[in-house]
Every structure is written in C-alpha cells, then in structure tokens.
Design a protein around this ligand. Structure first.
Ligand SMILES: *[C@@H]1O[C@H](CO)[C@@H](O)[C@H](O)[C@H]1NC(C)=O
Ligand SMILES: *[C@@H]1O[C@H](CO)[C@@H](O)[C@H](O)[C@H]1NC(C)=O
Ligand SMILES: *[C@@H]1O[C@H](CO)[C@@H](O)[C@H](O)[C@H]1NC(C)=O
Length: 369
C-alpha cells in the first residue's frame, strides 16, 4: 500500500487536485448562481413592490388632486367671492353719489370728493385683493396637494417595506387629509378682514394724489397695480402675508374644525399639524417667494388684457380719466374670482412652468431624506 502510494503519489495528488479544484469551482459556481438567483428574486420583489408603490401612490395622488380641483378650490373661491362682495360692498357709495347727482344740493363739494376718494380706494382694493387672493389660494391648494402626495408616497413605501403586506398599508388618515384641505378656507373665514385693511392701506399709499380727472393708460394702470402689490407684500415682517392664508398655530380647533368623533386624538392632530408645518415651511422659503412674485406678475398681465377688453371703445391704450375707469375696476373681482374651471387666472397660474420645477426640486430633496 505504502509502495503503491509512493509510486502514484504524484498522480494521486494531481488527480485529487483536479477533483478538488473542480469541486471548488463547482461550489464557487453554485454559490455564484445561487447568489445571482437570490439577487434576481430580490430585485424582482423590489421591482414589484416599486411598481405597486407607484401604482398606489398614483391612484391616491390622483384622488387627492381630484378632490382639490373639483371640491376644495371651487368651494374656497366661491366663499371668498361672497365674502368680498359683502365686506367690500360699494353700492352704498355709488348710491349716495347718484343721489348727489340727482339732487345737486344734497352733497357738499367736500363730501362728494370724499365719497369719490373712498370709491377710488375701495375699487382698487377690491380688484387687487381679489387678484392676490385668487393667486395665493390656488397656489396654497397646489402646495397642499403636493405635500399630501409626498406623504402618501412615504407612507406607502413604509407600509410595503415594513409589513410586506399590501393591505396593511396605512395611508394618511382621511380625517387629517380633509382637515388639511379644509385649512384653505382660513383666508375667507378668518383672514379676510385684516387682509382688506392691509390692502386698503397699501392702495391709499399708492393712489394718494391721483385725481379722478387724471388720465390712466395701460402703463399707468399696470404700474399702479404692481405698486399696490409690492407695497402690500413688503409691509410688516417678511412673511406677514402668510398670516392671512393660514393660522400661526395649527391646532385643529384654531381652524374651527371639529372632529366627527368629538374627541381630539393627539396622534391625528399631530399628523395634521405636521402637514401644516410643512406648508408653512414651503411658503416661508426664499425660492417660493420668487414663485409668488412670478405668479402675481403673470396674473397682472392677464388682468391688463381683461381690463383693456372691458374698456372697449374708451381706449385704455391712449388713456382715459380715472373716474371712467373706476366702475370697471370695481367689477373685476367677478372675473378674477370666477369658477375655477372657467377662471383664466387660475389656469394661467397652474400652467406656469416655474411651479412645476419648484415642486420637482421639492420632491427630489425630500425623497432623498
Ligand atoms: C401713459 O401715460 C404716461 C404718463 O401719463 C406716459 O409717460 C406713458 O408713455 C403712457 N403710456 C402709453 C403706452 O401711452
Ligand atoms: C384618529 O384616528 C383614528 C384611526 O386612525 C380614528 O378612528 C379616529 O376617529 C381619529 N380621531 C380623530 C379625532 O380624528
Ligand atoms: C386704441 O388705440 C390704439 C392706439 O392708440 C389704436 O390703434 C386703436 O385703433 C384704438 N382702438 C379703438 C377701439 O379706439
């Protein structure tokens, strides 16, 4: 045996070596193949859950978008229009001026001047405030939909990753979602009185010294509107205008929202508060302020086109006395706060490319965190 071994040792080693390395190679190959197949399964699972997340997010996002477009925005715009018509009612002024015309001695010259001055300020206030509110409200709702969309994405991904069971996905509570969307009502329910006095202040400042016989052409009118907006936006603290759109403190009861159950669930409330905080953060950013400025300018351009059409024969390009322009100015809120599906301003605002870019960047930065 020993002799045999000695004689064939070399051969045996070689054979064993070949077999061994063959076995080793086989093991290696097998492990490699198993790894590949595991990886393949893993990727396949990931791809499937990715697809599922995308599908679920798309479905929920579209649902939120539909609610915002078909219910929230029309409701909010309608409320705002009726509130503005009541709180900035000009009929008593025009009636008194008409009476003064019929009975020449019923008003002194000073009274007449004061009434006209009031009409001037309130007509411009009504128009520029409506433009500002229509712009900011549609933007507010747009931000809401995007923030809800992001939460739906995170919750869906977390739900699928955490449980691996699709029916356990815990999306944003319907109640939170409704409360959050309902916060768009804040402006017409709570913010309007102070918003009106702020705009009145800005308008008085800009139009001071403008006489009724002064000629207003397109340039003068455009510049006056822009000046009123700029004066308003730069009043007080840097984000004071945000206080008209949303409450400082977002506890649900501050919004006059009562839960259907009557109890205040801390967990739900904090989710709602979180959504409100995120909205505030978006609105307070410098980048967003630029978007607001771009949108307001775009809205003013549309406004100028509409007023020019409204002025018809009395050509605004060549100029017309302010007294003749005022009745048109006073009625612009009806066009500015038209139903959203017929509202050119809201459509222009929704189509501005800068907004799309802004939200894409917002998504990209938050998706990475
Ligand atoms: C409008 O009027 C102002 C001054 O009254 C004038 O400087 C300006 O050139 C006019 N603009 C147009 C477009 O006629
Ligand atoms: C809080 O959420 C739970 C389920 O998530 C719900 O049953 C309850 O009604 C909510 N409460 C309030 C006050 O919204
Ligand atoms: C308005 O004014 C412009 C320029 O002054 C002129 O070309 C146009 O014909 C005028 N339109 C009307 C309806 O008067």
């Amino acid at each position: 045996m020993w002799e045999f071994w000695r004689r064939y040792r070399r051969k045996a080693y070689v054979t064993l070596g070949v077999l061994g390395s063959g076995y080793f190679l086989y093991k290696l190959y097998d492990r490699h193949r198993r790894k590949l197949s595991d990886l393949h399964t893993e990727l396949e699972q990931e791809r499937r859950s990715d697809e599922l997340i995308k599908f679920l997010v798309k479905a929920h996002f579209e649902n939120v978008q539909r609610i915002a477009d078909s219910t929230t925005l029309p409701h909010v715009v309608r409320c705002l229009r009726s509130q503005i018509e009541t709180k900035l009612d000009l009929t008593h002024l025009t009636e008194r001026l008409m009476k003064g015309k019929d009975l020449p001695n019923s008003l002194t010259a000073a009274q007449k001047l004061e009434l006209w001055d009031r009409l001037k300020i309130l007509s411009f206030t009504r128009m520029v405030l409506s433009l500002w509110a229509a712009t900011l409200l549609s933007l507010y709702i747009r931000v809401q939909v995007n923030i809800l969309g992001r939460h739906i994405y995170i919750d869906t991904a977390r739900g699928i990753g955490g449980y691996g069971q699709f029916d356990e996905v815990d999306l944003i509570d319907r109640n939170d979602q409704q409360q959050f969307l309902a916060s768009a009502d804040y402006l017409s329910s709570f913010g309007l009185p102070t918003l009106i006095s702020s705009f009145e202040g800005a308008t008085s400042e800009v139009l001071e010294g403008k006489q009724l016989k002064d000629f207003f052409n397109t340039t003068v009118l455009h510049d006056s509107v822009i000046q009123i907006l700029n004066t308003f936006m730069s009043m007080g603290s840097p984000h004071h205008w945000l206080s008209f759109l949303m409450p400082e403190d977002s506890k649900p009861n501050n919004l006059g929202v009562t839960s259907s159950t009557g109890s205040t669930d801390l967990c739900n409330a904090s989710k709602f508060e979180q959504l409100m905080l995120e909205t505030r953060a978006v609105f307070s950013s410098t980048e967003f302020r630029n978007i607001v400025d771009i949108l307001l300018k775009a809205a003013v351009d549309v406004l100028m086109e509409d007023i020019s059409v409204l002025c018809g024969d009395a050509n605004l390009t060549s100029g017309m006395p302010l007294a003749k322009l005022l009745p048109r100015i006073a009625h612009m809120d009806q066009i500015l706060l038209e139903e959203p599906n017929r509202n050119r301003y809201i459509q222009v605002i929704q189509d501005i490319p800068e907004i799309e870019i802004f939200f894409t960047l917002l998504y990209a930065s938050t998706a990475a965190s």
